[in-house]
Design a protein around this ligand. Structure first.
Ligand code: ACO
Length: 341
């Protein structure tokens, strides 16, 4: 009798347009040297004018379904985690459900900042474990560059657009998702926010002129919280799974800053080569960065059944989350490139 949940297909999508550090040097007072040395970012993807988050989500979802060899009509549930929905409502998940033809699925959105994919994985897995669902599609999709203040050099060099998805299905206990830990420190919510446009602050032309329709971030404070919080939440999840850091094959972490990846790896005692890094080519894509990084190593054929994969996220909220998987998918057969666009 299956009572676990595992990933049976992965997919991702990034828009075609590339914005390089050299391009940014023409827009704000910055330099390639500063951006690379402080963040590790070399370029990021920018959604086309006619692409909303759902368009990115649909592409990633279709690739994940194809990889899983699951028909859209066999899905029971579609979950989208995003900070940048197409609109407040209807939910982006409903738009995706319709577009991919998931005619028998329920659909809802979640908002957990850059920790989003881990919150969505845990939620989807529980629908499988508790509700006997057969297939759940979990997606993170972001168009952060739509809420970027392009005159603020301290944030505009960081963000990019993209989407990633995974299909979950039941599995034997002891495989797939072994454990997770989800945390929230709401008292630090003001460190990263989109102040205008919600029910608290209705946008006016004056507020838009002050960029209140754009993301605001206290970067150095988040840096400190992340470097302290990541090892703690990861250790909680590893302990719950009964797995040591030495047994971890790959760490798929939120890609906010190469220095955070390195510092967290050091504190966890996990060698750098086991920490997946895609920040150089995509920047910080918020909730999408974890599934984009997952798809990257998966499509390179670097994950094998039995591998222990540690997912870790942190971001707006302030949220933190970690999940430990015993990987069950065979290595992806086409090792050409990942992800295609
Ligand atoms: N180009 C050149 N100089 C810059 C730039 C830039 N793009 N941005 C800032 N500077 C300058 C500052 O003005 C400052 O100058 P000063 O010393 O003369 O005052 C100097 O560089 C240092 O600035 P800091 O902000 O202290 O730089 P830091 O090394 O902390 O790097 C950064 C900033 C990259 C934002 C880092 O703090 C960081 O990555 N923080 C974490 C962000 C994060 O993890 N967010 C996660 C969640 S994202 C989400 O949920 C959507």
């Amino acid at each position: 009798m299956p009572c676990g949940a595992t990933i049976c297909g992965v997919g991702s999508y990034v828009p075609e347009r590339i914005l390089t550090n050299a391009d940014l040097e023409q827009m704000v007072d910055t330099s390639d040297e500063w951006i690379v040395s402080h963040t590790g970012i070399r370029e990021r993807r920018i959604a086309a004018d006619n692409q909303a988050s759902s368009d990115l989500a649909i592409m990633a979802a279709q690739r994940a379904l194809q990889d899983a060899a699951v028909r859209p009509e066999d899905l029971n549930l579609v979950i989208v985690n995003t900070l940048t929905p197409d609109m407040s409502f209807p939910a982006t998940a409903c738009l995706v459900e319709d577009a991919i033809g998931a005619t028998n699925a329920g659909a809802f959105d979640m908002s957990s900042g850059c920790t989003g994919f881990i919150y969505a994985l845990a939620t989807g897995a529980n629908f499988i474990r508790i509700q006997d669902y057969e297939y759940v599609l979990v997606i993170s999709a972001e168009t952060l560059t739509r809420i970027t203040n392009w005159t603020d050099r301290s944030t505009c060099v960081l963000f990019g657009d993209g989407a990633g998805a995974a299909v979950l299905k039941p599995c034997r206990e002891g495989e797939g998702l072994l454990s997770y830990a989800l945390e929230s420190y709401g008292e630090h919510g003001d460190l990263l926010m989109l102040p205008g446009g919600g029910s608290r602050l209705r946008l006016t032309p004056e507020l838009i002129a002050q960029h209140k329709d754009c993301l605001e971030m206290e970067g150095p404070e988040i840096f400190k919280l992340a470097v302290r919080g990541i090892p703690a939440v990861a250790k909680t999840a590893l302990d719950k799974a009964g797995v040591s850091a030495a047994q971890v094959t790959a760490v798929v972490m939120h890609q906010a800053n190469k220095r955070i990846l390195d510092a967290a790896g050091q504190r966890l005692g996990i060698p750098t080569e086991r920490i997946v890094c895609t920040i150089d080519k995509y920047g910080n894509t918020s909730a999408s960065s974890v599934p984009l990084a997952l798809d990257d190593i998966y499509r390179r054929g670097q994950l094998h059944p039995g591998d222990i994969v540690l997912f870790v996220g942190f971001g707006a909220g302030f949220t933190l989350g970690a999940a430990v998987f015993r990987w069950t998918l065979e290595p992806f057969s086409n090792t050409t490139s990942a992800p295609a666009h």
